[in-house]
Design a protein around this ligand. Structure first.
Ligand code: E4P
Length: 214
């Protein structure tokens, strides 16, 4: 399973990278809006840092304009993956991006049929938003399992990018189901390694070591 960091903050990306777990980055307009840097410049710097797939989202809602933004974004770096909303207009833009060889990440997916549609057209990634479904009491992991089954049934190449993950258990469940990628907020990277018994165990080892040294 690949791990992407779900952030547009350069310091956070550097921190995750230093942990040795960073395969890529996902951003969205809300995350970019928190940063005080020009959007294209920011995406360029993230690509430099990551040297792997970096999702950058269009903000247009009409297919022709989405395509123009997709072309601009993909010209920033070979690492850019253009995020398109999974709407009718987004699908029209996807068809044209696929024709032009622009890598895509279809975002805001909340049901398996949306994932089936974008895979048929040839999206590079599909992003089911698991946490947001959990938030409203729906079975997020059932959706993920269904998407995995459909993709395996038809041998689709689209990679499943488990998104909107809130905690380490989400990652484990997504990995068991077979998501290709998990995109995690930086705080979840830190939480992944935390266990009270690890801390207590280390404390005891060091105390015993100190005692033996006199
Ligand atoms: C993924 O690409 C999205 O940016 C992200 O996972 C959304 O997560 P949220 O539901 O925590 O905003």
């Amino acid at each position: 399973m690949k791990f992407f960091a779900d952030t547009a903050n350069l310091d956070e990306i550097r921190r995750v990278k230093s942990m040795g777990l960073l395969d890529g980055v996902t951003t969205n307009p809300s995350l970019v809006a928190k940063e005080s840097m020009d959007f294209h410049k920011l995406i360029g710097e993230i690509c430099e840092l990551v040297q792997g797939p970096v999702s950058a989202e269009v903000t247009a809602t009409e297919a022709d304009k989405m395509l123009l933004q997709a072309r601009e974004l993909s010209s920033i770096s070979e690492h850019v993956v253009v995020k398109l909303p999974t709407t009718t207009e987004g699908l029209k833009a996807l068809v044209r991006c696929v024709d032009e060889g622009i890598k895509t990440n279809m975002t805001l997916v909340f049901q398996p049929i949306q994932a089936l549609a974008v895979a048929k057209i040839g999206a590079t990634y599909v992003s089911p938003f698991l946490g947001r479904l959990d938030d409203i009491g729906q079975e997020a992991m059932a959706m993920l399992t269904s998407i995995r089954t459909i993709y395996d049934n038809y041998d689709f190449d689209t990679q499943i990018l488990a998104a909107s993950l809130r905690h380490p258990l989400h990652i484990v469940q997504a990995a068991e189901i077979g998501a290709d990628v998990a995109t995690l907020p930086p705080a979840v990277f830190e939480k992944m390694l935390a266990h009270p018994l690890t801390d207590i165990g280390l404390e005891r080892f060091l105390a015993d070591w100190k005692k033996a040294q006199g």
